[in-house]
Write a protein that binds this ligand. Structure first.
Ligand SMILES: [Zn+2]
Ligand SMILES: [Zn+2]
Length: 148
């Protein structure tokens, strides 16, 4: 006896959402049982899988896409090419790489505005617990910025 398939099984097999399989199957005008789940025969299943094999790499943006960073299993954030965590890390450090040597604050070489943390350009508040550096250039720019 030939294998029969439900929409759910086909969606899982094709790696697409059940909704997209359902929508496509509905377009084919295949006979649908009046009750119970929609069962497709082997030939119909083959057509469905063939159809979604071609489009699987072009999934709609609303379906979650994996983060662009190797080994990251999170999904992409919005229209970004990486997940939220990697997006934030890149915004902070300019790279999606985990900074080596522990604390990213200490590993960072430039302030958020891009000024280098040279000894001359760096100062700390006594309350900063020794790790947080502040950029002197930014500080001067802030205090001398004309009020509007
Ligand atoms: Zn990621
Ligand atoms: Zn700065």
């Amino acid at each position: 006896m030939a294998r029969s398939w439900t929409i759910r099984e086909l969606a899982r097999e094709a790696g697409v959402s059940r909704k997209s399989v359902w929508a496509w199957v509905a377009e084919q005008g295949w006979e649908r049982p009046t009750s119970g789940p929609w069962i497709l025969d082997a030939e119909q299943a083959r057509l469905v899988l063939e159809r979604f094999e071609q489009t699987a790499p072009l999934r709609t943006p609303r379906e979650p896409v994996a983060c662009g960073v190797d080994d990251c299993e999170r999904t992409r954030a919005g229209t970004q090419d990486v997940c939220k965590m990697h997006y934030q890390r890149r915004a902070r450090t300019g790279s999606t790489d985990r900074s080596s040597g522990g604390d990213w604050q200490t590993a960072k070489t430039h302030c958020p505005a891009g000024h280098e943390y040279t000894p001359e350009n760096t100062y700390r508040f006594p309350s900063d617990a020794g790790t947080r550096r502040r950029c002197r250039t930014c500080r001067i720019a802030q205090s001398s910025r004309p009020r509007t």
